[in-house]
Design a protein around this ligand. Structure first.
Ligand SMILES: C[S@@+](CC[C@H](N)C(=O)[O-])C[C@H]1O[C@@H](n2cnc3c(N)ncnc32)[C@H](O)[C@@H]1O
Length: 244
């Protein structure tokens, strides 16, 4: 089964899969951390793994943003939604824009980093784009300590005459490694036709201790703030780090 189709040949589903308005509650936590750590002003900020720019759409008025993603299909959504933002294709593990920012934001895209080595590379990217005192904010979808094991979830959403129902099955096939697996079944109803597609996503699973340790090794002094935004009251942490 092909991987990450939602960000490639099925990227057209993204605004229906997880609409921008769903991100308002999360954005409030990011806005608060930015204001608290950077003070007033419309600061220069870099988002790595911006996806469709749904989170960023709630922050774009507060910051001067530059955005990077590995998928051109996802960037196309963000370009449409966030016209004032400069966009680049790039891999967060290696991209170098040759400039620095006041903050580097990595929303749920950080979950696509699968090994400690790649997390180190990603934090080195953040560091290369920050002055001392700069901020990193990131939010892994899952932590080893709070991962509940196999789960199934489903949603139906409608927009502009198209209906998407998806079933999401999450599991940890090998608890000894640093990844979990999510299978999506998409049922797309449009123009009197029903189409079914499947997709597989492999994402990282690390302990909170590992996140804090790797961020410390990269030079960030990091706090894990409660992030009570998930369905089913799943626990999460917003990691807010300052470069020493
Ligand atoms: C869940 S989506 C992000 C959605 C985004 N938070 C939003 O508000 O629309 C995850 C994104 O991570 C991107 N991604 C995955 N691995 C990446 C990498 N190594 N470098 C840059 N982007 C990456 C994918 O292309 C995808 O757009």
């Amino acid at each position: 089964m092909k991987r990450n189709r939602l960000y490639n040949d099925l990227a057209h589903l993204w605004p229906l899969f997880d609409p921008p308005e769903e991100y308002a509650q999360e954005a409030a936590f990011w806005r608060q951390a930015l204001r608290e750590k950077l003070g007033p002003g419309r600061h220069q900020v870099l988002e790595l793994g911006v996806g469709g720019g749904h989170l960023l759409s709630h922050l774009a008025a507060d910051v001067q943003a530059t955005a990077v993603d590995i998928s051109e299909g996802m960037l196309a959504h963000s370009i449409k939604l966030n016209p004032g933002v400069e966009h680049h294709v790039g891999d967060m593990r290696s991209v170098r824009l040759g400039r620095t920012f006041k903050a580097v934001l990595i929303h749920d895209a950080i979950s696509y980093i699968l090994t400690e080595e790649d997390l180190r590379a990603t934090f080195a990217t953040a560091r290369a784009h920050l002055e001392p005192g700069g901020l990193i904010i990131t939010v892994p979808d899952w932590f080893r300590e709070t991962f509940k094991g196999t789960s199934v979830d489903h949603h139906t959403r409608t927009r502009e005459g198209k209906e998407l129902t998806y079933v999401q099955y999450v599991t940890d096939p090998d608890p000894a490694d640093t990844t979990i697996e999510t299978i999506f079944i998409y049922i797309i109803k449009e123009g009197g036709q029903v189409q079914i597609e499947q997709d597989r996503h492999i994402t990282g699973l690390f302990s909170l201790e590992t996140w804090l340790e790797l961020l410390a090794q990269a030079g960030f002094e990091t706090e894990a703030r409660p992030y009570p935004v998930y369905d089913d009251d799943d626990e999460g942490y917003l990691l807010v780090g300052v470069l020493k």
